[in-house]
Design a protein around this ligand. Sequence first.
Ligand code: TPP
Ligand code: MG
Length: 579
Amino acid sequence: MRPASALASGAMSYTTGSAFLEALVESGVEFLFANLGSDHTAIVEAYAAAQRAGRKMPQIITAPHEMVAMSAAHGYSQVSGRAQAVVVHVECGTQSLAGAVHNAAKGRVPILVFAGMSPATQEGEARGSRNEFIHYLQDVFDQRGLVRGYMRYDNDIRVGANVKQIVHRAMQFAHSDPRGPVYLVGAREIMEQEIAPVAIDMRKWPVVAPTALQAEAAASIANTLASARRPLVVTSYLGRNPAAAEQLAQLCHRLGIGVLESVPNHLSFAHDDPLYQGSQWNEKRQNLALAEADVVLVVDSDVPWIPQINRPSASAKIIHIDIDPLKQQMPLWYIGAEQVYRADAAVALAQINGAIDSVKLSDSAVSERRKHYEQRHAERDAHLRRLERPSGEAITPEYLSACVGQAIGPDAIILSEAVTNFHNVANHARRTKPGTLMTSGGGSLGWNGGAAVGVKLARPDAFVTTMSGDGTYLFTIPSTVHWMAKRYRTPFLQVIFNNQGWRAPRFSAVGVHPEGLASQGDDIGISFEPSPDYGGIAAAAGGAHAERITRMDEVVPALERAVRVVREEGRAAVVDASV
Ligand SMILES: Cc1ncc(C[n+]2csc(CCOP(=O)(O)OP(=O)(O)O)c2C)c(N)n1
Ligand SMILES: [Mg+2]
């Protein structure tokens, strides 16, 4: 490394904080989702100096709540693949990131989180030494331990001299498979330390190249699929990489393979493709396609089935391809696969497609398989359309989901956090393109609002819609979300399935105690009566357009008004629908 004289010239004082910000710019960070505190003096000062000097900096996005900051970075990363920075206040700001840390880890979403640490001196030994009472209270023994179980990498910036290398190493972890969040901390005196600028050659900090199958493995999988009677692919998120979705479509069309999405967090296969066999969530029934398959290829899935309810037949051969086939962060995990491969889905599927060229295919077998799956697809489609039909006055989740899908069009992005209506969104919003339907990938509710802001920052031209439960809407911290949506001009449509509270905990209780007392309809602490004015919260915080609807005939006009407001007025809109 050589000193970069250009960086030093004219600098008032070049600190670890200055170098940290420069490293973010070098690694392509556009936004810094920030919730600042007394630990960030060096960063704030360096930022102001850089602005004064006209140097490029990430844009600061003020996030009044850390959970929303991290969810926004999560959304940004989901549609761009690129980690943004989240800056939070010492240990308590880290705790306020809350379940967004879980979501990023489980969803394998790259994000760089930085938190300061309480000053390490108290008598003025170095610039940044303790000068506020809070520095005594915020000093803890293991700040990184708060999130270590979720981070791909965590480190303490112990000296300023190599802070850039530490940031770039953290980013390598974040962007290399299995991707995910990373966490850096630095004490105030270290961030304030004056250092010599260091020039970084970004060609020397690449992401780890994707892993391929061994050539024999690709040929063996191609042969097994080609000679199967009922081959089925089960996936949950290979579509987060559109190239993998393309390869999957090619493979399935060529061989007549059905596709089942299990607890999908990214659309992986066009829902109108005749080979598409639907999705499975928490439905308490055996999936027919899974039961009938003799070869099941599981690619990129954390929960391909829930064996207590739904599983492949005992004689089915299971092949598993995943970048993290051991699920190293899950204490209990096995699916009975006979062949397991660690590989990138897009690379592996392209290899299998390549290997098919040298497999002798039986045209009649391929066309029989295709016909079988097409028939099943058509039956499913007819069934879904029957469910979507309006009947009576009340709004059904199926009808609402279908209407939303139509009102926003095929290119709009849906962020679904619909909980007991996850399957209704997946089944009836009729998405056809990878990238147009996603969930958080985790289970800590409250991602969708912040994520919508992040998705809009990454893709300003996209129409973004969130579909969530009423309970989940409150988990998003809507006052913060809608203030940010207004301030940063990231309008989106938020559709709420209002079923007067939390339905999922009742389902869970009844699932374990079918004849139990909770099943008998008593209030078990899950009702949101009296119903909050959900749209009113967003209107007060961010001037959002608010609609509250209770009848079937109100759905289409309300959605049309809301879509128009988002598109033409650039304001967010909330449609609170009683279901
Ligand atoms: C942060 C967090 N807290 C609690 C839960 C447990 N939980 C799972 S579903 C649910 C209810 C969600 O309510 P709502 O969004 O209204 O969906 P509904 O169950 O009514 O479909 C709760 C509290 C969770 N998953 N995440
Ligand atoms: Mg609810």
